[in-house]
Design a protein around this ligand. Structure first.
Ligand code: NDP
Length: 348
């Protein structure tokens, strides 16, 4: 029998409350390494923490595609690891595999049919990128921009990104520029993040919403108004952006993280004033879900991989070591402790 560590949900934060590390608990357990037909023993390399997990902490997630995490049971989410032994035709010993429902556990026995084999050469060996820029995060940014952004090369468009220094936002802004926006302005929560956006990622400007006058700075940074808004946060920041958007412009409704610790439906309702602004300026704001476009994922992951390899997209990550820090890393990400994708490194 093999000793393993895992993380279980020990309590729920409540529908109205910020998650705390004590909502999670580390346990030691044993694993019977004999595999049944179709099973695979994997060693976890990297785990992901993501905003949608906040919904899984509630008894009722509020979304039909998300199941709640159960108390005292092993938590799961995006993960990448290496196959140590296999009785599945999907993968063989030594393969690198990923899955959206990877248990927060140092080793795990999983069904081969839930695993996807990935090619390490797509990410030049940076396997954590399969959870970020060359994984679901990159796909979210790319499909969001392409399916809902209506960017046209040569059209002199301005893009604004909220949550701009996070995993999706940092990639979305770079794609906006590559696809032809002449100006890309990020909104985020610290001066260090603002500096990274402008100096490392090539954003035209960045606004620290905690310390700056957002409406005034937006007017200054977007003299021709706003044509595309990649919205990760919702709430007051988004109301301000929408107020400055041009006629016939487009909101990419990616996420609304500023409302996730509140007991409101998704997407959270807009004020009458903002709804009227959308109507009168004929601004589109359709719900966007990355999972609706997975039939195009293979080609998109290849495109993302080429951009990262060529340096046209720069990848930022915040890496924490050790499965015992999963809860800390999740709560920190929810409060803005990350620059780029928050990753937890579980083993070498
Ligand atoms: P991030 O890496 O962006 O991490 C979350 C960030 O949100 C934090 O770093 C913090 O940055 C910011 N934040 C937290 N609270 C607030 C607040 N009250 N107001 C403003 N900003 C806040 O996470 P992801 O890139 O993984 O996710 C970004 C968004 O994309 C989320 O809304 C998520 O739900 C959504 N998403 C949607 C998908 C889809 O299919 N539609 C798929 C994947 C993600 P700061 O320091 O700037 O505050």
């Amino acid at each position: 029998r093999m000793q393993v560590k895992r993380v279980v949900l020990s309590s729920r934060p409540g529908n109205n409350g910020a998650p705390v590390p004590a909502n999670f608990r580390l346990e030691e357990t044993t694993l019977a390494p004999e595999l049944k037909d179709g099973e695979v023993l994997v060693r976890t390399l990297y785990l992901s923490v993501d905003p949608y997990m906040r919904c899984r902490m509630n008894e009722d997630t509020g979304a039909e595609y998300l199941t709640p995490w159960q108390l005292c049971e092993c938590v799961d989410g995006g993960g990448v690891g290496v196959v140590e032994s296999s009785r599945s035709s999907v993968c063989a010993e030594g393969d690198v595999v990923t899955c959206f429902n990877w248990p927060w556990q140092t080793h795990a026995v999983m069904k081969g049919c839930v695993l996807q084999k990935v090619e390490p050469q797509l990410v030049d060996g940076h396997l954590s990128h399969f959870l970020g820029a060359v994984g679901i995060t990159g796909l979210t940014a790319l499909f969001g921009v392409r399916e809902k952004g209506n960017i046209t090369k040569g059209a002199n468009q301005t893009m604004v990104v909220s949550g701009a220094a996070g995993a999706c936002g940092s990639i979305a802004g770079q794609i906006g520029r590559l696809d032809g926006c002449v100006r890309v302005v990020g909104i985020c929560g610290s001066d260090e993040k603002c500096r990274a956006l402008v100096e490392d990622l090539g954003f035209s400007a960045a606004i620290n919403y905690r310390h700056e006058d957002v409406p005034a700075r937006l007017r200054e940074c977007c003299p021709d108004g706003i044509d595309v808004y990649f919205d990760n946060v919702g709430g007051a920041i988004s109301d301000t952006v929408i107020t400055q958007m041009n006629s016939g412009s487009h909101v990419i409704l990616c996420g609304q993280i500023s409302q996730y610790n509140k007991d409101v439906p998704y997407p959270p309702p807009l004020s009458e004033e903002i709804q009227e602004a959308l109507r009168s300026k004929n601004i589109t704001r359709e719900r966007f879900m990355v999972l609706h476009y997975m039939n195009k994922a293979e080609a998109a992951l290849f495109e993302l991989s080429q951009w990262v390899k060529s340096g046209q997209i720069k990848v930022l990550e915040t890496v924490v070591n050790g499965i015992e820090n999963m809860g800390d890393a999740f709560c920190s990400m929810m409060k803005g402790g990350n620059i780029g994708k928050q990753i937890i490194k579980v083993s070498e």
